[in-house]
Each structure stands twice: as C-alpha cells, then as structure tokens.
Design a protein around this ligand. Sequence first.
Ligand SMILES: Cc1ncc(COP(=O)(O)O)c(C=O)c1O
Length: 303
Amino acid sequence: MGFWSQFHNTHFTQLQYLYLVSVITARSKGITVRAMVIINPGNPTGQCLSEANLREIINFCIQENLVLLGDEVYQQNVYQDERPFISARKVLMGMGPFISKELQLVSFHTVSKGYWGECGQRGGYFEMTNIPPETVDEIYKVSSVALSPNVPAQIFMGLMVNPPKPGDISYEQFVRESKGILESLRRRARLMTDGFNSCRNVVCNFTEGAMYSFPQIRLPPRAIQAAKSAGKVPDVFYCLKLLEATGISTVPGSGFGQKEGVFHLRTTILPAEEDMPAIMDSFKKFNNEFMEQYEDDRGYSRM
Ligand SMILES: Cc1ncc(COP(=O)(O)O)c(C=O)c1O
C-alpha cells in the first residue's frame, strides 16, 4: 500500500479541488507555494469552518507539503451553535499518530478581538506545532533581539489566557460582562444580516462568527457604467456614494479580491446595538435611492 494512500481519499472534495487549482495556478506563475493561511472564524466573510472542513484543509496541506497558518483570532466570536469554534490544532491532534506529528502548523491569537477587543494594546501570540526545533530556536532568537517588550500588552495577554476562575473575586462580574458582550454581538450579527437581506439587490450570508458582514451588492449595469465613467471600480463607487450619503464607512469587496463581475462590501457588526436599527435604516434608504437611480425603466435587476 502506498504511503499516502493510508491517509488520503483519492477523491478530491470541491473544497480541495479549489485549493489545488489555486496552488497549481500560483506554481504555474513560478511562485513557490510554502504555506496556506486560513482565518477561522473568517474575515471578511464571517464564516465558521467545520471539523470536516479543517480535516480537508489539513489533508490538503500534508499532500501539497504546505505549512498551515491558522489565524484563529476570532475564536471567541461565534454567533451560531451548529459549528462551534474548533482549533486547527485540536483537529490535527485527533487525526492519528502520523498526521498529527507531520503537519507543520502555526496558530495565531490576539488581545484585539474576542469580548475584550483591546486593539490598542498590541498583544498577540503564535503557537508552533511540529515546527523543527532548529527553526523554533531561530524564531526565538529573532524575537529576543527586540529588546523592548510591550509590557502592558503582555499583561493583557496574561489576562486573556488566564481569565478569572470560579471562586475568584472578579469571576461573576467577568462571566456577566463577557457573556453580555458576546450575546449583544450575536444579536447585532442577526440585525445586520437581516437588515442587508431586506434591501433591494443585496444578499448576505449570516455572520456566523468574527466581526463582519459581507453582503453582495448586485449593481445594475448602468451603475457599473457610471462607475467606469467616474474612473472607479464599481464597488468602490458604491461604497464612496454610501459614505458621502450616510457617513457609513465600508470596505469594497474588490479590496479583498473577488470573482470578476461580482461586487461586495465589508462592514463590521461593532456599532453599538442601540444604534444598529438607525444605521440599517440609513443604509436601506441610500441603497433604495441608488438602485432607483441606476436601474433601467424595466426595473432591471430588481429582486
Ligand atoms: C484575521 C485577522 N488576523 C489578525 C488581525 C490583527 O490582529 P492584531 O490586532 O493583533 O494586529 C486582524 C485584525 O483585524 C484580523 O482580522
């Protein structure tokens, strides 16, 4: 029996096929592909990966000899119960003695997300699994050369990985506050995605996790034409008009790379919960007027 056939199904899943196409395309351009990055839960789309997804990714990385970089900074930010967060490391450790010792994995976390959201503190860590000790030594050396540690960030990091425990004086308040923040984010995720889905020519997947909604904006041909005349990428044109009309600042999907002819924007679910209805009303009013202006008389692309 071939060595790999012990571990791999020879039939690719759709996901593995897509990864393979990306790797082959990059290699055909002379790029040496060394690693695959996953963001789980995801930025910008807010998706959460299942254990099965992660297994596929791990198998793929082993097969293609890629290091897996697991950006898991949104691991506390999950707003549905079907796919709770599961780390790439945990999945890897459950994949049997060979694979669990083979895949080189680096997992990342930060104090800037979760329920604490301490962006300004600039603290984070990465954990290396199956990285050769000589490489770890080199990384340790490079880190040690940075002589002036960010002490407050290290304190925040210590608090993050060592939260209050039952019996601690602050435990009950900690549970109340962190639960309250996460529940509010869950409601905001719902308010925002429902709000987008109630808008003309807008479709949005539910924000399962992280901090973002990523609605698709189906721009009428006349809007695309107007953007071209203004020398702008169509979704940049839409986002600028939105900013000018409402003050809502978003990131055009083209900033992340998207399929030709498809347009998105990314926004966060972070505005205060009480402000959310007014924000979504304001978005809806703008979007309606925009679509009205650029749809043709036959109501092209009305949904
Ligand atoms: C996926 C992802 N990773 C990392 C970061 C950055 O984290 P930090 O604040 O620690 O630089 C962000 C910030 O938005 C992010 O979205």
